[in-house]
Write a protein that binds this ligand. Structure first.
Ligand SMILES: Nc1ncnc2c1ncn2[C@@H]1O[C@H](COP(=O)(O)OP(=O)(O)OP(=O)(O)O)[C@@H](O)[C@H]1O
Length: 259
């Protein structure tokens, strides 16, 4: 099957620092890919670079076969929706108004939203279970509600690939599970999802494919069980941990042999 995104040997330099120097990322239709790795490994930079939000120094990035540099503005916005780690929460804006902004790649400058645009917004509000508070201001929402709204903004864009950068990083367990179920459900429905995430237990539970980033490179890619091995968890994160027979992450939190 053709990959919707195929990124090879991605290189990014910021100032004097080589941030990425050989990262690969690929996603197929209906696949949920989790990008994991320690702090500073380059996960966010990779997700931004393949999305066209961070200048590339090298590498080959293609969306449905088209090189990224040929995809400007509305064209790239129709191929991928990017949900940033810290999306702005402007005062006075309602949930519905925020989600309507997700339609902007489809509405001509000075054009008016069509019936299809309004339906796409309603579908996104419903799918993320935020329809009931669509008229509330963003500033009144809990962290979990706000994150589901950000996903709704992405869904309203109706792009075949959704990229979410750490959508669960500030959420409690219940809100995290809700976002995890939502993203898995979207992938089961055929959307491609790239999830940048620290939580290895979550990645192991929901992902079809895990990409491990370390020191600016993609160090391993494959099914969670093949990639999140005891040896790799020890080598890259310095912890004694492994997936159990059901694929759940078990961590030996207090092992004195690891510092
Ligand atoms: N604008 C920037 N200027 C300078 N350095 C940057 C910039 N953006 C990122 N970096 C550096 O690039 C490296 C990778 O950052 P990145 O945010 O991609 O990592 P990450 O794996 O997502 O980390 P975390 O899990 O902590 O969010 C870090 O060392 C970071 O300090």
């Amino acid at each position: 099957m053709t990959a919707l995104l195929e990124a090879r040997d991605v290189k990014v330099r910021i100032g004097d620092a080589a941030i990425l120097h050989g990262a690969d990322l690929r996603v197929r239709a209906g696949e949920l890919v989790a990008v994991v790795g320690p702090n500073g490994a380059g996960k966010s930079t990779l997700s931004r670079a393949v999305s066209g939000l961070q200048k590339l120094e090298g590498g080959d990035v293609r969306w449905s076969g088209t090189p990224l540099h040929e995809l400007k503005g509305r064209r790239i916005a129709r191929l991928r929706a990017f949900i940033p780690q810290r999306a702005p929460v402007p005062a006075g804006v309602t949930v519905r108004e925020a989600v309507e902004l997700g339609r902007s790649p489809h509405i001509k400058p000075l054009g008016r939203p069509t019936r299809h645009d309004r339906e796409a917004v309603d579908r996104a509000l419903t799918r993320t279970n935020v329809f009931d508070f669509a008229e509330r201001k963003l500033t009144t929402l809990s962290g979990g509600e706000l994150q589901r709204v950000q996903i709704a903004v992405g869904l309203a864009q109706e792009a075949p690939v959704l990229i979410a950068d750490e959508p669960t990083s500030h959420l409690d367990l219940g809100a995290t599970a809700s976002v995890a179920r939502l993203l898995r459900g979207l992938a089961d429905d055929g959307l491609s999802v790239i999830l940048v995430v620290h939580d290895l237990a979550l990645a192991a539970a929901v992902a079809d494919t895990v990409v491990v980033m370390a020191k600016g490179r993609s160090a391993a890619t494959g099914a969670p069980r093949d990639v999140l091995t005891k040896e790799r968890l020890s080598e890259i994160w310095g912890v004694d941990a492994a997936l159990d027979e059901r694929g759940a992450l078990r961590v030996n939190w207090l092992d004195r042999g690891y510092t």
